[in-house]
Design a protein around this ligand. Structure first.
Ligand SMILES: NC(=O)c1ccc[n+]([C@@H]2O[C@H](COP(=O)([O-])OP(=O)(O)OC[C@H]3O[C@@H](n4cnc5c(N)ncnc54)[C@H](OP(=O)(O)O)[C@@H]3O)[C@@H](O)[C@H]2O)c1
Length: 279
């Protein structure tokens, strides 16, 4: 190996840098999406679009993100991911601020807990629609912007928030999450399919499979299945997910450091999934 190649290999100072990148975070107004957006901005993103249904929540999230004092800017664009027309409007709104997108974090999701016998068909359908179909529609509608600056050396990224409920079995019994668990397994598989379809166009797709993080969505189920302290105590690393766990993972997957991950997923659960299956 030549000395010149050696020097290049050691250029790791910027390996997690997202300097100048443009990102869109669905479900970015709170919870995992907001933590991820904070990581993206602090890693150098020039623009981070925050989208969720409620305009006030998007504005509040952007105010908090912009108060971090990063060089980049958070921009609120409310939209309902459950409605394809709204996703198209979101893309059009984003296009008013940028001619390309480097990173799409498809994170918005919903869940429903009910026993097997009375598990509502409508709830199952709604969860599958938002967690799977809308993720596909969102990637499809953002693809032209994701293609714009995508190159072999600087590929664009799609990151899908799935769940360990899509790897193991989700919650069962009185708070069973049949639709949610199936939807997250589908989300992981959708990531694999997108990776193979879009990889040759220099758009890499990955997924994240979180265990419990105390957020608005998870808090009800966490209370019903033992509570925060009990769940932390039964997790192999003795804690639940934290903001920096999701922020760091998203930054890694979107940066040069994650440049050869395509179709794979990161399990962010402190070992909870493996801990469940001991003999
Ligand atoms: N927390 C956990 O333990 C955990 C574990 C595994 C996976 N996950 C996944 O992580 C993702 C984020 O969940 P979270 O725990 O951070 O929940 P959260 O705190 O309740 O946040 C959900 C976000 O999604 C937005 N949202 C919901 N429905 C939407 C829709 N139809 N269109 C656009 N935005 C929508 C919400 O804002 P609006 O209400 O304003 O729309 C909010 O910004 C989900 O995909 C979830 O399945 C979470």
């Amino acid at each position: 190996m030549s000395a010149a190649a050696d020097v290049k290999l050691q250029d790791f100072k910027s390996i997690f840098s997202l300097d100048g990148k443009v990102a869109v975070v669905t479900g970015g107004s709170r919870g995992l999406g907001l933590h991820a957006a904070s990581g993206l901005l602090q890693a150098g993103c020039a623009k981070v679009f925050i989208t969720s249904r409620k305009a006030a929540a998007c504005d509040e999230a952007c105010a908090a993100l912009n108060a971090l004092g990063c060089p980049g800017t958070a921009i609120a664009v409310p939209a309902d991911q459950a409605r394809s027309a709204d996703i198209a409007r979101l893309v059009a709104e984003v296009e008013k601020h940028t001619d390309h997108v480097d990173i799409l974090l498809a994170n918005a999701g919903a869940t429903w807990g009910a026993p097997f016998d009375s598990h509502p068909e409508e709830a199952f359908a709604k969860v599958m629609d938002l967690n799977v179909k809308s993720v596909f529609v969102c990637t499809q509608k953002f693809a032209p912007l994701l293609r714009k600056n995508a190159t072999l050396s600087s590929p664009s990224r799609i990151v899908i928030t799935a769940s360990i409920a899509g790897l193991g079995v989700g919650s069962l019994g009185p708070h069973a999450t049949f639709g949610y668990s199936a939807s997250k397994a589908a989300a992981l598989h959708l990531a694999r399919n997108l990776a193979v379809e879009l990889g040759p166009e220099h758009i890499l797709t990955t997924a994240i499979a979180p265990g419990f993080f105390p957020t608005k969505m998870a808090s009800g189920l966490m209370e019903m299945t033992g509570g925060v302290e009990e769940l932390a105590a039964t997790t192999p690393n003795k804690r639940l997910g934290q903001a920096e766990d999701i922020a760091g993972t998203v930054v890694y997957l979107c940066s040069r450091a994650g440049g050869h991950v395509n179709g794979g997923y990161v399990v962010l659960d402190g070992g909870a999934l493996n801990g469940r299956s001991r003999l």
